[in-house]
Design a protein around this ligand. Structure first.
Ligand code: ZN
Length: 107
């Protein structure tokens, strides 16, 4: 049976999804803020502290959760996994839609 490139791609994408199991929802946000201590380097309003958050919809409401410094790189990757998951799902759905439309035409 000749191989179908679309099905090969679909299989590859499906097999890649397991690696995305730790994905996190929402978007990764970097904010700059002053801590409020008068003697801190941030008091000049220029050298602000970086604060990292994930911004997520929880039951339809936007929430922001702080990300501790030790988890920043990990969480950034986990949020990126969700984007790769969505892109893979969109590609798989596109392949399946084309297959459906073709199957519908075949009598
Ligand atoms: Zn400060």
């Amino acid at each position: 049976m000749p191989s179908d490139p679309a099905l090969e791609l679909r299989g590859r994408l499906i097999r890649s999804l397991g690696a995305l199991r730790d994905m996190l929802p929402g978007s990764f946000v970097e904010r700059k803020r002053a801590c409020g201590r008068p003697n801190c380097h941030c008091a000049d309003g220029q050298n602000l502290h970086a604060q990292y958050q994930i911004s997520v919809l929880v039951e339809g409401k936007p929430k922001a959760f702080n990300v501790p410094a030790r988890l920043v790189e990990q969480v950034r990757k986990q949020v990126e996994m969700r984007h790769r998951f969505d892109a893979a799902a969109a590609t798989i759905c596109g392949i399946n839609l084309r297959r459906f439309l073709k199957e519908k035409e075949d009598q």
